[in-house]
Design a protein around this ligand. Structure first.
Ligand SMILES: NC(=O)c1ccc[n+]([C@@H]2O[C@H](COP(=O)([O-])OP(=O)(O)OC[C@H]3O[C@@H](n4cnc5c(N)ncnc54)[C@H](OP(=O)(O)O)[C@@H]3O)[C@@H](O)[C@H]2O)c1
Length: 183
């Protein structure tokens, strides 16, 4: 059964997007396509669950096919599916999920087979941690201070989540922190 990994790239002061919603200062070429780190992540990933705002980071929804790093089934959480389905192919498909995080994760696990489900987007990270649906939390810490923006862990209900460190890896200037979620 697929494991669920969740997490994002975060500034040292705890933000996953800057005050304008941008992520440019959080990208590291060493973690980008073609690097050993990203290649391993891509090989391990069998499905993705993302929030609608992360999906909307691509100005053209048809961009995902052939360009997004994970060419796998994608499950987008939303209250309002788009009227027109984005482009899909034999590897990357879209499912817009309107009946909650547990449903999205269950569908993604079924699609991922024995590979990992990546759950992405700040609100999605919070929801899977709160619901006890994540097996691991991965936070890639960028060596930048953003001052303000979108906080990854801005949720008082996360206080009870217990974590056990399982790995620390240097990826270029970034520090990748991996935790097992203890249930
Ligand atoms: N640093 C990084 O690694 C990284 C990676 C990706 C994105 N980002 C940034 O993170 C931000 C996105 O995170 P976010 O927390 O703002 O948004 P998000 O998690 O990507 O999406 C939130 C939206 O998803 C839908 N949604 C979430 N949970 C739902 C549920 N249980 N049922 C129905 N719909 C649900 C809702 O959309 P509807 O309004 O459609 O209902 C909600 O407004 C962006 O600023 C992006 O630039 C950063």
């Amino acid at each position: 059964m697929a494991l669920v990994h969740t997490g994002m790239t975060m500034s040292l002061d705890g933000f996953v997007a800057d005050r304008r919603g941008g992520t440019a200062r959080l990208s590291d070429p060493a973690a980008a396509g073609g690097s050993e780190y990203m290649d391993a992540l891509i090989r391990a990933t069998g499905a993705v669950v993302m929030g609608r705002r992360t999906f909307a980071m691509a100005e053209d929804p048809d961009w995902f096919v052939g360009n997004y790093e994970f060419q796998v089934p994608i499950f987008v959480l939303t209250h309002t599916p788009p009227p027109v389905m984005p482009a899909q192919d034999g590897r990357l498909t879209f499912t817009f999920v309107t009946d909650g995080i547990a449903s999205a994760i269950a569908q993604a696990k079924a699609a991922a087979g024995d590979r990992v489900v990546q759950a992405l987007g700040a609100s999605v990270v919070q929801q899977v941690l709160r619901a006890g649906l994540a097996d691991e939390l991965h936070v890639d810490v960028a060596p930048v201070l953003l001052g303000e923006g979108l906080r990854l862990f801005d949720d008082p209900d996360l206080e009870g989540v217990a974590l056990e460190k399982v790995g620390v890896q240097e990826v270029g200037g970034f520090t990748s922190l991996r935790f097992r979620v203890v249930t």
